[in-house]
Design a protein around this ligand. Structure first.
Ligand SMILES: [Zn+2]
Length: 95
């Protein structure tokens, strides 16, 4: 689990107050009306997960009997190794 430092929006169920609070995951939640505020979803930022997916896919003409479209680089690598081949080392083919 990676700790994230970000703006979190907290709400008080008792009085309806909202507070944007810049904090780490493990920081204590702010207190309002003598009770911990609950974290809302409004201020949460989307965490981008980096994958090797290729949006829209890419078509490979080399190494296959017919042009084959892949939607991620790992998919391409798997298909190549299934055929007993592998990609050139990083830098060799500018991939
Ligand atoms: Zn309150």
């Amino acid at each position: 689990m990676i700790s994230v430092f970000k703006v979190r929006r907290f709400g008080c169920e008792a009085c309806g107050a909202h507070r944007d609070h810049l904090s780490w995951d493990y920081d204590p939640v702010p207190v309002c009306c003598d009770q911990p505020m609950s974290e809302g979803s409004t201020a949460r930022q989307t965490v981008q997960i980096i994958t090797d997916d290729v949006p829209g896919g890419f078509t490979v003409h080399n190494g296959f009997k017919q042009p084959t479209t892949f939607y991620s680089k790992s998919e391409h690598r798997r298909a190549l190794s299934a055929n007993g081949m592998k990609l050139a080392e990083k830098g060799e083919c500018g991939f």
